[in-house]
Design a binder for this molecule. Sequence first.
Ligand code: GDD
Ligand code: MN
Length: 381
Amino acid sequence: MSPVTYQVPLPSRETAFQPAPVELAVVVPTFNERDNLEELYQRVAVALDGIGWEMLVVDDNSPDGTAELAWELGHRWHNFRCIKRVGRRGLSSAVIEGMLATNAPYVAVIDGDLQHDEAALPQLLAKVKAGADIAVGTRYSGEGSTGEGFSAVRAWGSRTATKLSSFIAGQKLSDPMSGFFAARRDLILAVAPHLSSEGFKILLDLVITATRRGTPPAVAEVPYTFRPRHAGESKMSPLVALQFGGLWLSKLSGGVLPTSFLLFSLVGFSGIAVHLTTLWLFFDVLKTDFILAQLVATVIAMTWNFFLNNVLTYADRKLRGWKVLRGLFAFYAACSIGALANVSVAALIYQYEQVPLLAGLAGALMSSVFNYSVTRVFTWR
Ligand code: GDD
Ligand code: MN
């Protein structure tokens, strides 16, 4: 990391406190966006000229020193602040924390990589001031477009996700996955305690949660063109897409099944495939003893499950360094007890109902709930 070389002039009495009341807080979630911060601030300053505004960067302890640079810049620009979170990761929760850290009556979110068109900010603000609860920057209606920086696969994924999301949200949104929108701070305050905090798509969660609580939000839209990223790398990945799938299912279940449980179960299913493949490899191909094959398959499947859960289910509290090893053994221990629970429950049910499939399923369900609960407390706390 190269040292930050900004000269910091001390503010005079006149410039230290700006008289203009802050009407709009622009929240910028960041992870490794150091090289975009200055440009972003300057563009937004031009776009919001004449409006009382502040920028709130919410950084998740980026290794590239985003927060440190933001603090330096905060000396230069009175309306530029940074919240640095440590030990946590997550786009949605970062956005919510930023929105709750201002007393501006209106809040907006914009990505830190200049993909969103800041020139739409005044229109977004105007729409919420005119009575909309949320005003969304949309890539899919009117003049809006995804620009040129979108691969065919991602464009297709984005459209499919859009259709499914509108269905869950209970109203037609042309771009429910948008990370660019403005809202009344009141609305955020009211729904914040009921949001998921998991996941990547805060707008969708806001709309669904407000709707479920009996106050479907009035949503306005402002088209814009999605630009290619300015500097750095995207954090969107197949893993993030899977996490999003989990969030949907969780919402469909009315929040009864947590996203992490659904992801944990999904990992469990993939583990069965790994187990059977290993078993086949050892028993059928390598012609080992069955018990040995089963033992190896069990250990490999558990190890597979552990690492997949670590990056997918618990990405927000991923174990690193030596904690990985400790976590792995805690996971083995939990799964072994889970297996005992599985067999006991299956045997018990089989005593009363001689239906092997039913007994087997009950046992499997028992052990997955057990493994999930225990590893949540002891492995990924
Ligand atoms: N604090 C914090 N914590 N910020 C994060 C995290 C995190 O864990 N992950 C990503 N960010 C920040 C990035 O630094 C960037 O400013 C913004 O969130 C969006 O992340 P990108 O990695 O640039 O996402 P993208 O370009 O793939 O996704 C875009 O398209 C989505 C729609 O498909 C974004 O515009 C999303 O907001 C949008 O929902
Ligand atoms: Mn981006």
